[in-house]
Design a protein around this ligand. Structure first.
Ligand code: SF4
Length: 681
């Protein structure tokens, strides 16, 4: 838009790593994003957005941290000394660096290190995948970072069946909010909860912290972190004992219920209460409420998966509606994998046929450790960081910093902002925000598909990810037509345009002023076990799973306590100021960050409100400011994730305290298995 043009409002969609995927109205002034508000294009998000997006996005796009031109490193890694270069020079440097790695160690020595900065299908994984597939680079398993554990667990029970759409919660008589800080990380679900409550529904929150939703709930189960599988098993056993099982539903739809219940019955209410640290009475009451309610809905969050029992916890929780026949009615069941309703065509979009046979896969969580290894047959010789701020989000942060400090590994960085990670790379490629290019937006927390056009031109010399990888493909001489595909063509490759729910409209032509609801076949509403059904080998809900036994060693869910010499469980949930580490560069995230600690634990350590404290374990140390509150249970401390290194005088954040062991499923990250000590600084 030319300078001087009057203020105009344009439709867009929030691309952040959040289940809600709000539709947006963006006010553009003189070609700049001046304001971001919610729009009603998406009926689920209803014109409401979170504060961080409305407050921080304009600064994210146009503020001092924005990367606006390519740069090359001229100082030591982490020193933050860079020199401006042209795009041609930058692409030459990337070509040279990757080519040297390939010449020395083969194409698999190149590791793309990307996560979910933007969730648009084009920016999130389209031309970039085509490029790395053709290059023969190592394939990255991203799921273990977040979402993969929960997803694998749900799929192990139900296959690729979408769970209950969240808006159906208005019909529920009981909603169990299980490990989901809804007011911070699933904003629109709290609106559904409030409506259900106003209509008479009971609300139960299972969470180690008395989160906002718990303050208004009928019951708060302040569970000990990592013991959710035990609570779910005890509930199953108690529901069976009290005659709440729906035997007809079990006979028709459950596979392996006997094996599951054999394990569940070992968890009496007494024993579970001890392990979970909750009153026995709460387990009895919760079982009774669940038995009586229909529809009864369970909304599980991602916090649940971030421990070594995370996958089995999700399996055990999602078994409850099968045992009690809570599926098959609108508003009953479990909210999970709702995005499975969108007919994505990922193989076509990402051209998986280009992957050379036998290409290795690497768990994203292993990349820093592998960068430090000198004994691999194919070492990591080049890393391409994009859509990701690994130094701010990986566990064992000191190790991640050490990995990125290696001068002998060539590192490319592609980002919107000058993040902690970008300070360690050799070449910086400035990427566009999603406001500067068109994209398609499915969601992982709801059933709507949305499209957005650019609302402003690229800032400075920034380019969309698709164009960056198009140019890189050309620089490497990849001349297959798929590397010249336009963004519109990529959109048409991303979603099945022949799906009747698109009504004959090409994905790239979907209107931007409305959201398309992905209904079940025949335009019926998605109601699991009524209009959509399990897609497992048995066609049933698999409460015991042979393939899970083979793949992960757990035919039925199991509980493994965390062993540590450090006394306090450190939980690092989402922040109201950041989405993961996005917006961590904003002034709102400056300064020493709070650590919430129970007054009992604080008194035992002579810690008073406002004290700066050392939070430490065998992996490292960070500094936080103590906030005394009985909202956290004794033995557990809280500090929000996603802060950047400048917030702590040790140069390390809470991520420095997180262990690198893996979850029970998906080899996922165990951020919430951190055990620490806290002492006065
Ligand atoms: S972060 Fe989530 S709640 Fe906030 S605007 Fe984006 S999608 Fe909506």
């Amino acid at each position: 838009m030319p300078d001087g043009q009057a203020s105009i409002t344009k439709p867009s969609v929030c691309p952040l790593d959040c289940p809600d995927t709000c539709s947006l109205d963006v006010t553009v002034d003189d070609g700049k994003v001046a304001a971001v508000r919610g729009s009603t294009a998406n009926p689920l998000t209803e014109g409401v957005v979170c504060n961080k997006v409305s407050r921080y996005y304009p600064h994210f796009v146009h503020g001092e941290g924005r990367l606006t031109h390519p740069m090359k490193r001229v100082g030591k890694r982490g020193e933050d000394r860079f020199e401006r270069i042209t795009w041609d020079e930058a692409l030459d440097l990337v070509h040279d660096g990757l080519s040297k790695a390939i010449a020395g160690h083969g194409p698999q020595s190149v590791v793309p290190l990307a996560y979910a900065g933007p969730h648009g299908m084009l920016a999130g994984g389209s031309m970039d995948f085509r490029f790395f597939h053709k290059l023969g680079a190592t394939l990255l398993d991203r799921g273990p970072m977040c979402g993969g554990v929960k997803s694998e667990a749900f799929v192990s029970v139900y296959g690729a069946m979408p769970g209950t759409p969240p808006e159906q919660g208005v019909d529920a008589e009981l909603i169990i909010v299980w490990s989901n800080n809804v007011t911070v990380s699933n904003l629109h679900f709290i609106r559904t909860i409030n409506r259900a409550k106003a209509a008479g529904a009971k609300i139960v929150v299972v969470d180690p912290k008395r989160i906002k939703a718990a303050e208004q709930a009928d019951m708060h189960v302040a569970i000990r972190p990592g013991t959710d599988v035990v609570l779910a098993y005890a509930l199953a056993a108690e529901l069976e004992r009290t005659g709440a099982f729906d035997q007809a539903f079990i006979d028709r739809w459950a596979h392996g219920a006997d094996a599951f219940m054999d394990a569940a019955r070992t968890w009496t209410v007494e024993r579970a209460a001890e392990v979970c640290g909750v009153p026995q009475e709460q387990i009895h009451t919760l079982a009774a409420w669940y038995a009586d309610a229909s529809p009864a809905l369970i909304g599980i969050g991602n916090g649940l998966e971030r421990n070594q029992n995370g996958g089995n916890s999700v399996r055990a929780i999602t078994a409850l509606p099968v045992l009690c026949g809570k599926w098959g009615v609108r508003g009953g069941g479990v909210i999970a994998k709702v995005g499975a309703a969108v007919p994505k065509t990922m193989a076509k979009l990402q051209r998986t046929d280009l992957i050379p046979e036998g290409t290795r896969r690497m768990n994203i969580m292993d990349v820093p450790a592998n960068m430090l290894r000198d004994d691999m047959d194919t070492p990591v010789a080049a890393v391409f960081v994009y859509n990701h701020n690994p130094i701010a989000v990986f566990p064992d942060q000191a190790k991640t910093v050490a990995a990125f400090s290696r001068e002998d590994i060539f590192v490319v960085g592609c980002d919107v902002q000058m993040t902690d990670s970008m300070r360690y790379v050799d070449v910086i490629l400035p990427a566009c925000t999603h406001f500067e290019h068109a994209d398609l937006f499915p969601a992982y927390g709801q059933t709507y598909l949305q499209r957005a056009d650019a609302v402003i031109p690229p800032v400075g010399e920034a380019l969309p990810n698709t164009e960056i990888f198009r140019r890189l493909a050309a620089r490497f001489g990849f001349d297959d037509p798929c590397f010249k595909a336009s963004d519109a063509e990529l959109m048409d490759d991303a979603v099945d345009g022949g799906d009747p729910r698109l009504g004959g409209v090409r994905p790239s032509a979907l209107p931007t002023d409305r959201a398309l609801n992905m209904t079940a076949d025949g335009q019926a509403e998605i109601v699991p076990f009524a209009t959509v059904f399990p897609k497992t080998a048995s066609g049933k809900a698999e409460l015991a799973s042979d393939w899970m036994a083979e793949a992960r060693g757990f035919r039925v869910p199991a509980y493994r306590p965390v062993e540590s010499g450090f006394p306090l469980a450190l939980i690092t949930p989402s922040s109201a100021d950041r989405t993961n580490a996005t917006f961590g560069g904003h002034a709102a995230s400056d300064g020493v960050q709070p650590l919430e600690i129970n007054p009992e634990d604080a008194a035992a350590r002579n810690i008073e409100e406002g004290d700066v404290v050392r939070v430490h374990n065998e992996l490292g140390e960070t500094r936080l400011r103590a906030t005394l509150t009985d909202a956290v249970r004794p033995g557990t401390v809280f500090s929000a994730k996603g802060t950047w290194m400048r917030t702590s005088e040790t140069g390390l954040t809470v991520n420095a305290l997180m262990p690198i062991h893996k979850a029970d499923l998906c080899e996922g990250a165990c951020f919430n298995d951190a055990r620490v000590e806290v002492s006065k600084a």
